[in-house]
Design a protein around this ligand. Sequence first.
Ligand code: ZN
Length: 136
Amino acid sequence: MNISHIEHIGIAVENLDEAIKYYENVLGMKCYSIEEVVDQKVKTAFFLVGDTKIELLESTSPDGPIGKYIAKKGQGIHHIAFAVNSTNTALKQAEERGVELIDKVSRKGAEGLNIGFLHPKSTLGVLTELCSKNEN
Ligand code: ZN
């Protein structure tokens, strides 16, 4: 599947402003981007740690995926995202290896990346995102 690194860790938060304060004032990181992803019903904030990002996710609607997640499980780690060469190729490989997909083909996520999710039923309970800058 050609995973090069952990692209980001997605963390569901109830309040983005409060969460940013913790990451900046306690952990000493710097938020470099805030972006709303309308079709995911989230507002995101990004921090860079080495090659890996922390993606904070605040729901903009209770019926969005993060809104539902927080209602059920509370705040916390929501997903892990691996960087691959081509998300579509990696999704296809995962499906061939018996993984249930949430996304059959990639779609646009935050930062213009091509993203696709594997179902946690098939990934030992970890919601797994694959992402790539380019698509084949
Ligand atoms: Zn993500």
